[in-house]
Design a protein around this ligand. Structure first.
Ligand code: ADE
Length: 231
């Protein structure tokens, strides 16, 4: 891979990336600031997508069309759905899907995009293994390869957590990954999502999110740094 996109949704999720970049050239498109440059000897494009699936989709398509990135690595925080996961732990996407795609009224299963060949977007096996290898090298907490669910919704309810975990097999929930995954799939570009848990998507999620987002973002960042160094 000659050029890799390293992206996150919020400032906390990308500021460590930016602080390690060199020879930075900025371009603004669709209101998003894209920063091309060098990162540990690799050509990268770093940007903040903004929150939610539309922001992430638009940004990813621009990264592919205009910046010709050959792989996309998403770093950030998520709410844990798997009861074995605690705040700070890490999920590497085996696959992503949109939990708020709901055409159940027409008989489609929740999460299914009607009339499309695919609704579950598999991450690139090599990127997943590279992320898992980085975790084994440097992360002492729990790390799982799993199902990342995305929706335009901050999940903060135990009932919804149980439903998303049981019905859709979700390991964690966030607001961008599956949209990045779908755009990458539509364009034949490999991707992986790496998320550290800022909260457990329950009644305390808003408090935990505020308290732990910086630390969780750092956990996820360290994985990306080590991973890119070894790619
Ligand atoms: N990102 C971090 N925590 C989240 C949650 N509980 N729901 C959606 N996105 C999140």
């Amino acid at each position: 891979w000659n050029k890799i996109a390293l992206i996150g949704a919020m400032n906390e999720e990308i500021e460590l990336l930016l602080s390690h970049m060199q020879d930075v050239k900025e371009t603004v498109k669709a209101g998003i600031t894209f920063r091309e440059g060098q990162y540990f000897g690799k050509n990268v494009v770093v940007c903040r997508t903004g929150v939610g699936k539309v922001n992430a989709a638009v940004t990813t398509q621009i990264l592919i069309d205009h910046f010709a990135v050959q792989a996309v690595i998403f770093t950030g925080v998520a709410g844990a759905l798997d009861p074995e996961l605690n705040i700070g732990d890490i999920v590497v996407s085996r696959e992503c899907l949109q939990h708020d795609m709901d055409v159940t009224a027409l008989g489609f299963k929740r999460g299914v995009i009607p009339y499309e060949a695919k609704s579950v977007f598999e991450a690139d096996a090599q990127l997943v293994e590279a992320a898992m290898a980085s975790g084994e090298r440097l992360f002492s907490g729990k790390m799982k390869k799993g199902v990342v669910l995305s929706g335009d919704q901050f999940v903060a309810s135990r009932e919804l957590v149980a439903q998303l975990h049981q019905e859709l097999g979700g390991t964690c929930v966030e607001m961008e990954g599956a949209s990045v995954a779908q755009v990458c799939s539509m364009n034949g570009i490999p991707y992986v999502v790496i998320r550290s848990m800022s909260d457990k998507a329950d009644g305390s999620a808003h408090v935990n999110f505020a308290e732990f987002t910086v630390q969780a973002s750092e956990n996820s960042y360290k994985m990306v740094e080590d991973m890119v160094k070894h790619l």
